[in-house]
Structure formats: structure tokens, C-alpha cells
Design a protein around this ligand. Structure first.
Ligand SMILES: Nc1ncnc2c1ncn2[C@@H]1O[C@H](COP(=O)(O)OP(=O)(O)OP(=O)(O)O)[C@@H](O)[C@H]1O
Ligand SMILES: [Mg+2]
Length: 372
């Protein structure tokens, strides 16, 4: 999976940018505010979802521009060569337009057939200490990188749950309607949990393999969730019935709490730093960062095993806190993985160890200069 050409039009601080990365490790360097992360964000919009900053699409247009923005790419994918495009016209629309080989598509979901992506940004540095919801989204994105239906199950479940929560607040909720919603929620929940269990199994195996981690620690990953546990013990149909019953039995409590207390939206995962045998959240800042990089590399290997091709990696400021030996180790692991990796840093020297596997671009005030 490779992006061979990237074009940005009025995207953030880039009026017109064109890049043709010729080698798998793409190093973007330049001063703070130059527009490096903006390039990664543009790339992240070539898969379904809201991109690596999760911002509203109308906010992505260049401030001095006409209001519209566009990202276009040529890519080599397991389905062959393809031209992908996504844009927003600057109006009120909450969705973006997506085109494949020049043909307008109904939704951004189709992008997931062509490209898979994983990303790691400084905003995730507190993943192990922060709220469970962030970890769950991080994990679900990984599941989605090799299970195309997963994201749709997650959003369908959330929509149904919202509807049920609203219904429960009515003075006399319609019991038949509630049962229908709960049955549908259970179907989505079990599909979600099954996908998460499968992903967790493959990921945990790769994450536990110290040899493949280079200079980054191996770890023990465990998924914690009521529905995931149910699905691992019972056939799907039975798990659906049981969760639907849990929902029916907890209507009173859910009504009082004004939310749904049981379900896959409460699941979480924990990580143990392997060599230190310490829970991730108790590790030092540097240890947590190394563990997070290790987890991302393991995700990439897990996805490669499931897909037969490594996903594209977006690694924002990944080299900044690593010493020279660890940087060399990182570039080596990425090369072994055969992944296209887009990396950013403020200094060209951070990428010196990447050697001939890298192509280098200097980013300055919304423009790029090739320094191959
Ligand atoms: N819609 C927009 N229009 C114009 N400029 C924008 C827009 N959104 C963000 N910017 C600007 O883009 C600039 C570059 O942002 P970006 O996050 O890509 O920088 P960076 O090169 O990653 O810097 P750092 O090294 O600090 O992470 C910022 O100065 C920001 O104010
Ligand atoms: Mg940045």
C-alpha cells in the first residue's frame, strides 16, 4: 500500500502542494508551524472517518482561500492502482465528498477498500493514563484497519443506543419499541465484540513478540469488556439474547442514570510493559511513549497478517524523543515491515539514520521542497 502522489488544494496552510514520495520512509522536516502535521492530516482523510485531528470538515479550508479544500492522491493498493480524492466545498455540509478514479461515491466508507492506515500523534501520549473512551477509539481504529465492517457496527450501535436513551427519558416509553431497539443493539454489539476479540488475539500475539519490536518494549495486551467476554464464551445468537436481556433488565437503572450502563461502549484495554512487568499507566513518560510506539508497530504487523499488506503509518513527531540508536531501530523495523511511513520532525538530523530507505521533504510556510 503506497501513496505515490499527493496533492493538496487550500488545505489548512497549504495553498497548492504536490508530493511524489519515491521511497517508503517519508520524512517531513521543518520548523514549528510549517505545515507538517497538516500534511499527515490530509493523508489521514484518504481513509474513512474524520482524520487524525477529528475536526469538522469545514474548518480544514485555508483561511485566506476561497473556502473549499481538496486532497487528491494516486495510490498503489491491493486492488490495483487508483486515484482517490476527497473535498469539501466550504458550505454547511457536515460530510465530505469522496471520489474514486474520478467517480463521485456515496460515502467515505469506500476509501477503506483501498487504503488502511494507522497513526500515532503526540495527542495520544497520554493514552494509557487518559479516559477509557480514547483507548477504545484507538483500539477500534486498529480493528477497522483490517475489518471493514467494524466502524459501521460501532456507529450503528451508538445511534441505536442514543435512540434508546432518549426513549427511556419519555414518561411512558413504548415497551415494544424498546425491545426492538435492544434486539438491534445486541446484534451490533455482538458483531463489534467478535471483531474486537479477533483483533485483540492477533494484536496480543504480535505485541508479545520481543524480537520483532526492535528497540521498543513488548507488552501484554488485554481487552476488558462484558460483551467481549460473553462472545468469547457463547455462540453469537445466545450472546445476542443475553445482552438483549441485560438491556431489558436494566431499563430502570439506565433511565435513572440517563445512559446505558452495560455494553460494548464501556469496554477498555490494558497494557503491561513486558520487560518491566509493570502496568503501562505506572510507567514513566518515556517508557509509555516507547510502549505506544511498540503497540503501533505491533498493530501494523497484526494488520499485515490479516490483510497481506502493511497499512500506511502516520507517525507525527515520532523521532523527537528517541535517541540515535532507537531512531535507527525504528527505521529498521519500519523497513522490515515494508510499510509506507509518513514521519514528521523539526530537524533533518532526526532522520539521518533512515539512510537510503527514506525520501526527505523540507516543509516551510506551507510549501515543500524535495531533499531526496
Ligand atoms: N485552516 C487553516 N488555514 C490556514 N492555516 C492554518 C489552518 N489551520 C491551521 N493552520 C496553520 O497551519 C500551521 C501549520 O500547522 P501544523 O500543525 O501542520 O504545523 P507543524 O509543521 O506540524 O508544526 P509543529 O512542529 O509545531 O508540530 C499552523 O501555524 C496553523 O496555525
Ligand atoms: Mg506538528
Amino acid at each position: 500500500m503506497l501513496i505515490t502522489r499527493l496533492t493538496l488544494t487550500d488545505f489548512r496552510n497549504h495553498a497548492a502542494l504536490r508530493m511524489e514520495p519515491a521511497r517508503p520512509l517519508i520524512c517531513l522536516y521543518g520548523p514549528n508551524g510549517a505545515g507538517k502535521t497538516n500534511i499527515l492530516e490530509a493523508v489521514s482523510l484518504l481513509v474513512p472517518g474524520r482524520g487524525l485531528r477529528g475536526q469538522d470538515f469545514h474548518l480544514l479550508a485555508r483561511l485566506e482561500g476561497a473556502g473549499a479544500w481538496a486532497v487528491a492522491a494516486e495510490a498503489q493498493t491491493p486492488l490495483g492502482e487508483v486515484r482517490l480524492g476527497t473535498s469539501h466545498d466550504g458550505g454547511e455540509a457536515t460530510t465530505r465528498k469522496v471520489a474514486v478514479d474520478g467517480m463521485l461515491q456515496k460515502s467515505s466508507g469506500v476509501l477503506g477498500h483501498y487504503l488502511k492506515m494507522l497513526w500515532l500523534t503526540p495527542a495520544q501520549d497520554r493514552l494509557f493514563m487518559g479516559p477509557g473512551g480514547d483507548r477504545r477509539r484507538f483500539f477500534d481504529r486498529m480493528v477497522s484497519s483490517f475489518n471493514e465492517g467494524h466502524a459501521a457496527h460501532v456507529s450503528a450501535f451508538e445511534k441505536l443506543m442514543k435512540e434508546r436513551n432518549a426513549l427511556l427519558q419519555q414518561p411512558r416509553p413504548d415497551a415494544t419499541w424498546l425491545s426492538t431497539l435492544e434486539t438491534q443493539m445486541a446484534e451490533q454489539a455482538v458483531a463489534m465484540a467478535a471483531a474486537r476479540n479477533e483483533a485483540a488475539g492477533v494484536l496480543a500475539r504480535h505485541f508479545a513478540s520481543g524480537d520483532a519490536q526492535g528497540p521498543f518494549p513488548w507488552g501484554v495486551l488485554q481487552l476488558h469488556g462484558q460483551i467481549e467476554e460473553l462472545v468469547s464464551q457463547k455462540p453469537a445468537v445466545q450472546a445476542e439474547d443475553e445482552y438483549a436481556k441485560i438491556l431489558a433488565d436494566s431499563r430502570g437503572a439506565d433511565r435513572a442514570a440517563q445512559r446505558t450502563l452495560n455494553g460494548p461502549h464501556r469496554s477498555d484495554f490494558s497494557v503491561l510493559h513486558g520487560p518491566k512487568s509493570t502496568p503501562a499507566e505506572l510507567c514513566s513518560t518515556g517508557e509509555q511513549k516507547a510502549l505506544l510506539i511498540g503497540l503501533t508497530l505491533a498493530q501494523a504487523r497484526a494488520a499485515r497478517e490479516m490483510l497481506g499488506a502493511s497499512p500506511i503509518l502516520l507517525l507525527d513527531e515520532v523521532a523527537a524523543h528517541l535517541d540515535q540508536a532507537r531512531r535507527r531501530g525504528l527505521f529498521q523495523v519500519l523497513s522490515d515491515l515494508g510499510a509506507q511511513a509518513w514521519m514528521t520532525g523539526t530537524d533533518e538530523n532526526l532522520f539521518a539514520e533512515a539512510g537510503a530507505a527514506a525520501c526527505r521533504f523540507e516543509v516551510k510556510d506551507g510549501t515543500v521542497h524535495v531533499r531526496q
